[in-house]
Design a protein around this ligand. Structure first.
Ligand SMILES: Cc1ncc(C[n+]2csc(CCOP(=O)(O)OP(=O)(O)O)c2C)c(N)n1
Ligand SMILES: [Mg+2]
Length: 436
């Protein structure tokens, strides 16, 4: 690169170098050979586990290192081992595998034109599933679009999820939300918003309200590492710290924000968990592909919040194994080898191998379970398809677009509704009268 020379503005002092910016660049682009040897992966079981009631500053070592429980021989080791029984481990494994089976079928559904859009969480199943298992069933979760595993963990009917994805007649959200942007109040699952990071201050506000009311429920929120660069993230952190809100704030660092790598959110400077220190709250950094580590960290933070010891920021270190969404093509901007070389492995395989090592599971049982889950998802999909698929017919009366915000529709919206219906009849006369 040619050496930069200062422009002759008359203000430049010749004895100083011209100022310059640093623009981050990902290590690997399409076709590059990937080598992750620069990435520190500490051995499992080495980090100490402070008491949940410790001062926030004692968690500093946990924000720069990484909490890992499953070791190279598939054993659960160290003080963070949550000591879960085999039944719970099998339930978590099953829910993670169900989440993946659901994602695979919905992805194909999008390719078949049954919906306009889908988002998978492949490789990140441990984060949502183990986190959900570490919470009380009525704690309030403020998720992003990549925590479908929480909804599935809480037993939300798959057929309702598909109804929403297909925006069909039975879609409880009446086709008003983008596919996958679920909302399930009865399951403690806050409406997913496409406006990234907005759920963070909302979660802190909910947690503060819970404390003001003297309730015992805590809130937990999720954000992607890319979205942690939004102002909302920092506003939420400030409020959480100032009022010691009973909230768990999760950052899922899957290395990518569509085609922007984590460096653009500051990953080259420090870890995302380390940001906790600047606000004076507890922080943990966890191997997000290790279901036991995710469970242990989530439980630690939830217990701390419930005991009025304040908020915790958890960074889940993982890798987005597939495209951002069905609208994305990652082969255009990153090396396909990244997924294969990812040093933390696959979360489902790791938990499966752990259960097998314990003598509590087998390859044959895994195969049988996978077949059963594929069938379970297929049945739910077929059931939902009876209610229609996106783009084939109008599933909800046109007028519903204007309803359910005000108790009574104000006159100006009534006018807009009438105008919209008139315009529709002019543009698409063949639909006249249908679903008005
Ligand atoms: C406020 C806002 N800015 C930009 C977008 C467009 N957008 C949607 S998803 C996304 C990437 C988010 O990446 P990250 O936060 O890392 O989450 P991930 O998708 O990796 O889970 C962007 C930029 C948006 N929806 N909202
Ligand atoms: Mg991301």
């Amino acid at each position: 690169m040619a050496e930069k020379t200062a422009p002759d503005t008359g203000r430049v002092r010749g004895n100083l170098p011209p100022l310059e910016l640093y623009v981050p660049e990902p290590r690997y682009r399409p076709g590059d050979v990937v080598d992750y040897s620069h990435l520190p992966v500490p051995p499992a079981g080495q980090l100490g586990r402070p008491d949940e009631n410790c001062p926030a500053s004692e968690t500093w070592p946990m924000t720069t290192d990484m909490i890992r429980v499953l070791d190279e021989e598939d054993r659960a080791v160290g003080p963070w081992n949550p000591g879960l029984d085999a039944e719970t481990l099998r339930r978590m494994l099953r829910t993670m595998a169900l989440t993946r089976a659901f994602d695979d079928r919905m992805y194909r559904g999008q390719r078949q034109g049954k919906t306009s859009f889908y988002m998978k969480c492949t490789g990140e199943e441990a984060i949502s599933v183990a986190h959900a298992h570490a919470l009380a069933h009525d704690d309030m979760v403020f998720p992003t679009y990549r925590q479908q595993g929480i909804l599935i963990s809480r037993g939300y009917p798959l057929v309702e999820m598909v109804n929403q994805i297909y925006s069909n007649r039975a879609d409880k959200l009446k086709g008003r939300q983008l596919p996958v942007m679920y909302s399930a109040k009865d399951y403690g699952f806050f409406s997913i918003s496409g406006n990234l990071a907005t759920q963070y201050p909302q979660a802190v506000g909910w947690a503060m309200a819970s404390a003001i009311k003297g309730d015992t429920r805590i809130a937990t929120a999720f954000v992607g590492e890319g979205s942690s660069a939004e102002g909302d993230f920092h506003a939420a952190m400030t409020f959480a710290a100032v009022y010691n809100a009973p909230v768990v704030l999760n950052v899922v660092n899957n290395q990518w924000a569509i085609s922007s790598f984590s460096g653009f959110a500051g990953a080259e400077r420090t870890t995302f968990a380390a940001r906790a220190a600047g606000y004076g709250i507890a922080g943990l950094r966890v191997d997000g592909n290790d279901a036991l580590a995710v469970y242990a960290a989530s439980r630690w933070a939830a217990d701390r919040a419930r005991a009025n010891q304040g908020p915790t920021l958890i960074e889940h270190f993982t890798y987005r194994a597939e495209g951002h969404s069905t609208s994305d093509d990652p082969s255009a901007y990153r090396s396909a080898q990244e997924r294969e070389e990812w040093p933390l492995g696959d979360p489902i395989m790791r938990l499966k191998k752990h259960l097998i090592a314990l003598g509590e599971w087998s390859e044959a049982q895994q195969e049988a379970m996978d077949r059963e889950l594929v069938e379970q998802v297929k049945v739910a999909t077929k059931e939902a398809e009876k209610n229609g698929v996106l783009g084939h017919g109008l599933h909800h009366p046109f007028h519903t677009m204007f309803e359910d915000v005000f108790e009574e529709l104000p006159w100006h919206l009534e006018e807009q509704a009438a105008q919209a219906i008139r315009e529709r009849e002019i543009k698409w006369p063949e639909w006249k009268g249908e679903g008005a």
